[in-house]
Design a protein around this ligand. Structure first.
Ligand SMILES: [Zn+2]
Length: 260
């Protein structure tokens, strides 16, 4: 299965890298590690959303501290996690692969198995990825899997068969995409290469790819994109797609912009 799934070893190594630096200040790293492990343990044993608990965790600043000031160490651990994941993902969204902007609200942490339905995995390292705001808002708390909600164990890479899982799967093994951008427009076509890739295209990326002016105003181009996207959903149709038709329409659109 190499090329479509990530190995346990690789995933463990990533987690160890995060745990080596769970806080930006070195002197707080061992405390941050303890807080993370504790919150993780509570969410597993009590089946409670440990994410909110961690996000609200504060500690007293060191003495002398007459006013009893606190520092939001939980939020700071989440920031460290966000930096780690951004680095791991090449600063791109885990679903649509667009660039992530460098502001926290534009790079929300995505819980792949939702916190509502799988609270015990709310702090499971393999359940966390960075999505762009569009993807995060569109996916909300939906689940694309039928994985048993009472299961104690997190799915292994080879067990995520019915949906695309951005941490367990290798993106390029499941999805191929073309993205073209101009000053005022962008189009993207996603094609699923596997069952899991086709699921993501069908349930999510199709909507994400329906962007702006060029797409909407050019009937010929949007028709070609729709047919290509449909072929991505249905492999039998792939043979019938006229790629040339799309490329011609794209060229025409680009030349029209260039000629303006
Ligand atoms: Zn995205």
């Amino acid at each position: 299965m190499s090329g479509t799934t990530r190995s346990d070893k690789e995933l463990d190594r990533d987690e160890a890298a995060f745990l080596a630096r769970p806080h930006k200040y070195q002197y707080l790293q061992s405390e941050a590690r303890k807080i993370w492990a504790e919150a993780q343990k509570i969410s597993v044993s009590s089946r409670e959303d440990g994410w909110s608990r961690l996000a609200q965790h504060t500690v007293l600043k060191p003495n002398p501290n007459p006013k009893g000031e606190t520092r939001p160490i939980g939020a700071e651990i989440i920031s460290a996690l966000r930096r780690h994941l951004a680095n791991l993902q090449g600063t791109r969204c885990c679903y649509c692969r667009r660039w992530l902007q460098n502001i926290a609200h534009a790079r929300p942490v995505e819980h792949i198995l939702s916190r509502d339905d799988y609270p015990r995995f709310s702090l499971h390292y393999r359940n966390l990825a960075l999505a762009c705001r569009d993807c995060n808002q569109q996916k909300t708390n939906k689940n694309w899997t039928t994985w048993d909600q009472t299961a104690a164990a997190y799915p292994l890479p080879e067990e995520a068969r019915d949906y695309f899982h951005p941490r367990l799967h290798v993106y390029d093994g499941h999805i191929r995409y073309v993205r073209v951008e101009t000053n005022d427009a962008a189009i993207a076509i996603y094609q699923g290469l596997t069952e899991q890739g086709r699921q993501l295209c069908r349930d999510h990326l199709k909507k994400i790819s329906q962007v702006d002016a060029l797409f909407k105003n050019n009937r010929q181009l949007s028709g070609a994109i729709e047919r290509l996207q449909a072929a991505g959903d249905n492999p039998e149709e792939a043979e019938k797609v006229k790629l040339n038709e799309f490329v011609d329409a794209l060229h025409e659109a680009i030349y029209r912009i260039a000629g303006d």
